[in-house]
Design a protein around this ligand. Structure first.
Ligand code: PLP
Length: 395
């Protein structure tokens, strides 16, 4: 049987995925499972979604041939510029889609989790746009670390709830958001920010982001005379920008997929977020996937310089792609990502998000042929990371 990398009707990618939620949530998750495809495949949804992506988000995002970097790495390197989207990253593609779905389902109250605050801002933005109530859960540690994004969310009209359980970071914010959903299942829609969580979230978020590879097909055809690249490269936190980048190429064996996870201080240092290399099979936030955990199953707090990649799990789609050897997964450490961020800044005049810099940090580890067409997704812009960059400037 030919392996496919698509999801099964039960929400599995190989052995990963599924729906592992408390009893109280089963009805809501089921409602979402039976509704999402009907809605997002309807003409009405597609039209409104595409219109907003164009006029509000600013799509299509450009596909830019980075000439100096191409020369350095001995290939034709194209950058997919998700950093140019409204709110500064790919996250808005997903929140626009999910809020339209929420409205269609008659929900008036939106909740979300956020780590660095990027997904929180993208959610608060679409809630302002659609005049919906918005509550964002954020670990107290992150609230303190991400002052500007917290203020932006408040300005946009969202209520930011600081989470004081556990390590007071992203995984705890997700737990609290799930608790909230359990307590108000009827009126609440939970907008998850990445390809994680119970089915149908990984598939739903991947579909919302698949606009990235849909655009790539046309853009590559125009620039290269063929609609596929030799390599696709992206960073992975939960996996959504990568999922969007590879979505329409999953079954195209001519296309090599390279994913960059956060090595932190090194995969063997104990301070890492390299979930695919260091994780074990477990259940996290409603999904069976690879999880950073102790031998007795306690979740280990991940570490990365990049708040957006600092997650102890990984999307089930990506766990499966790694297991099936469809994707090559490299761990990029903090220092490698920082070097890559400065390199892009100085060679192309683009300051990338520190998350995206992990994908760039994989370039020196690759062996390309001069004719190879490489597409690397710059998932976001670096404005939010300026403090981090300045701290390391000149090191
Ligand atoms: C959130 C974020 C990521 C990581 O999330 P994915 O779901 O893995 O894409 C990457 N880059 C940026 C700029 C982000 O804001």
């Amino acid at each position: 049987m030919k392996t496919t990398f698509q999801i099964t009707p039960e929400g599995y990618y190989g052995e990963f995925g599924g729906t592992y939620v408390p009893e109280k949530l089963q009805y809501c998750v089921k409602e979402l499972q039976t509704t999402y495809l009907k809605v997002i495949e309807s003409e009405e949804f597609k039209q409104e979604y595409m219109q907003l992506l164009q006029d509000y988000v600013g799509r299509p995002s450009p596909l830019y041939l980075a000439k100096r970097m191409s020369e350095k790495y001995g290939c034709k390197l194209y950058l997919k510029r998700e950093d140019l989207n409204h709110t500064g990253a790919h996250k808005i593609n997903n929140t626009v889609g999910q809020i339209l779905l929420a409205r269609k389902m008659g929900k008036r109250r939106i909740i979300a989790e956020t780590g660095a605050g990027q997904h929180g801002v993208a959610t608060a933005t679409v809630c302002a746009l659609m005049n919906m109530e918005c509550v964002v859960y954020m670990g107290k540690t992150d609230v303190e670390r991400q002052y500007v994004n917290v203020q932006k969310m408040k300005m946009l009209g969202a209520e930011v709830r600081a989470v004081t359980s556990g390590s007071m970071t992203l995984k705890d914010a997700v737990n609290e958001a799930i608790n909230d959903w359990c307590s108000h299942p009827e009126e609440t829609f939970y907008i998850i920010g990445s390809t994680v969580g119970p089915h149908p979230y990984p598939d739903m978020v991947a579909r919302m982001q698949s606009i990235i590879s849909e655009e790539l097909k046309g853009q590559l055809m125009e620039k290269e005379g063929r609609d596929y690249p030799d390599y696709l490269m992206a960073c992975i936190g939960g996996g959504s920008n990568a999922a969007g980048t590879i979505y329409h190429y999953l079954n195209d064996e001519r296309v090599n997929i390279v994913l960059a996870e956060a090595g932190g201080m090194g995969v063997d240092s104990g301070k890492t977020a390299a979930t695919i290399q260091r994780g074990k099979l477990g259940i996290l936030h409603g999904s069976k996937t690879l999880v950073l955990q102790t031998p007795d199953g306690q979740v280990i707090e991940p570490y990365s310089i990049s708040a957006g990649l600092d997650y102890p799990g990984i999307g089930p789609m990506h766990a499966n792609l790694a297991k099936q050897h469809r994707a090559t997964v490299l761990a990029i450490n903090d220092d490698e990502a920082l070097d890559a961020a400065f390199e892009l800044t100085r060679m192309e005049g683009i300051i990338p998000a520190i998350e995206s810099a992990h994908a760039l940090g994989a370039l020196p580890k690759m062996k390309f042929k001069p004719t190879d067409v490489v597409v690397l997704t710059v998932s976001g812009r670096g404005d939010k990371d300026i403090e981090t960059y300045l701290k390391h400037f000149g090191e």
